[in-house]
Design a protein. Sequence first.
Length: 241
Amino acid sequence: MGPMNEGALVLFSGGQDSTACLAWALHRFDRVETVGFDYGQKHAVELEARRHVRARMAREFPAWAGRLGDDHMLDMRGFGAVADSALTRDREIEMTERGLPSTFVPGRNLVFLAYAAALADRRGLKALVGGMCETDFSGYPDCRRATLDAMQTALNLGMEQDFSVETPLMWLTKAQTWALAKGLGGEPLVAITVEDTHTCYLGERGTLHPWGHGCGVCPACELRARGFEQWVAEGRPELAP
C-alpha cells in the first residue's frame, strides 16, 4: 500500500510498539506527526527515548525523513495524579481485586485519543495511529478494538470529523511486532528498536539485553523479551507491512 495524502498523528511513547507504529505510518502516509504524553509516569525516561528514536529514524531512513513532521509533547500530569497506578507512584506491580494489573491507568488510552484528536483537528490530520494490541493482552480494557471503535465513533460525533483510529498491531503477537519492524525497515529498524526504544516500567536503562534495555523482570520487559526470543527461534522472519 502506497503513501496516503491525508496525514497521520502517531501516539508515540518511544517504546517498541509505538516505534513500529511510527514506521508503519511513515510507510503509508505523506505526512506524519507524533505526539507524546507526560502524565507523571515513573518510567519518564521513555520521553527522552522518543527524541533519540525520531532522530535516528530520520537519519537512517532518508525517504521517511521527508515525511516526518512536527513532534508534540502534551502535559497531562493532572490526569496522571487522578488516575493513580503503579506507573505513577511507588506501588507493587500485581493483580488487583478487580482482576486488572496495578499498572492499569484508568482511561489512559481514551484520554490520549481525546487529546490527540483535538490536536489532529487543528493540524489537519485524519488518522490517529496507536500501538494498542489485543493479542498480547495485558489486562488493559482500553486496548481492545471494541473500545477503540466506540472511541472513534465518539470523537467523530463530538468533533464533526472523520478520524480513523488505526491500530496496526492489534492482532499481532509481540514476536510478530518484531517481524513487522524488520519488514518495514530491515535490520536497521530492528537495531533502533533494540538500542533506543524504551518499554521497562521501572525506567531501567543500564543493561542492554539482546531485546533491548530494561530490568528484565517487570511485565513489560518479560513480554518484550519473550516475543524477541520467539522471533529469533523462528529465524527472525519479516512480516510484510
